[in-house]
Design a protein around this ligand. Sequence first.
Ligand code: SF4
Ligand code: SF4
Length: 367
Amino acid sequence: MKAMKDHAREYSFCAYCPKVCRFSCPVSESTKTETTSTWGKMTAAHLAVTGQRPVDEQASKAIHACTGCMRCTEFCKHHNQPADALFAARGETIAKGVQPAGAASTLATFAQSGNPFGRQLAPLVAAWKADSPVRYPFFPGCTVLVKRSELVDETLNVANRFGAPLGVSRAAGRCCGYPLYAAGAFELFQAHARSFAESIGPYPELVVQDPGCAFTMKVLYPRFDVHPSARIRTVYEVLDENLPHAPLKPALEEAVAYHDACHLGRGLGQYDEPRRLLHRAMASVREAPSSGNEAGCAGGGGLLPRTMQETAVDVARRQAAELQSVAGETVVTACPTSRRMFERAGRRSEDLLSVLKRWLDFEPPTS
Ligand code: SF4
Ligand code: SF4
């Protein structure tokens, strides 16, 4: 577990950098301020860690103006990782009592209910008791369970038709803990990760829908010295692997643009798997000017929707506009949080699994 002081080198790289990645940060592109640029945020942390300026409310605001999208890292010659370093600095804002209200209330809600939505997840999970043997235990993620439960049914249906039957796992009744990490509550996150990893110990593997949850279990847990014995895979990997068993049907005659979610793409390196699935279902899949590892962010990560609500929605609006410029109305994403952000920005988008379900259900009219 790396605390703020362990990131001193990364902060200084940015503080003395001529802002090479300036254009890449979705937050500063939206706010149009230097304080929320990668350079500005990391400089606030650099000044704090070198004792030149305390972590006050202003510095805390800057430190929280990051979605954790990792886009700046892609344009950095040092491959510096501001997301991780800034989230570590958030721990100092808790210690100094200057954490933004939205982040503090997320921690309070999490302490009460074990997830960021303040809901009891176990009864929701119980609704999907599998009535036949399943091959893979499935973890949709809190956002799907609470905000779009119909996506669980669509996913189970698609997986069955791909010959990869999933069953909602009891582990889905707990959050993976990402909000604790994003709030900088690293000790709480580590303890939560340990107990979550233990709870999935009996499963040989866990199939995860929300890329943020998969990234947390696969990438963040090991950074905190937590190593789940269960193999963590995304539902997109599993379905892609099963594509040869998917029904042979013509693609739908529609044009869509694909949004690479940050945690799925830059986080887990899964660019091709969702595209292969989408290409089977849609006649035309178009790419935005920035895609793959350089793709834009939808504003849903790093607690930004809770700490800078309007900015988060504006980030989503900009990303949707870029995607819609190449494919008209419909944006497809494999990230339920991104879809929610596009919706909040008043833009039409569809989950990849909903698209696959629509494709599988479509019966061409008989002449
Ligand atoms: S991430 Fe790299 S390019 Fe961006 S400000 Fe920091 S050192 Fe410079
Ligand atoms: S991780 Fe994303 S939001 Fe955070 S500083 Fe880098 S580009 Fe900006």
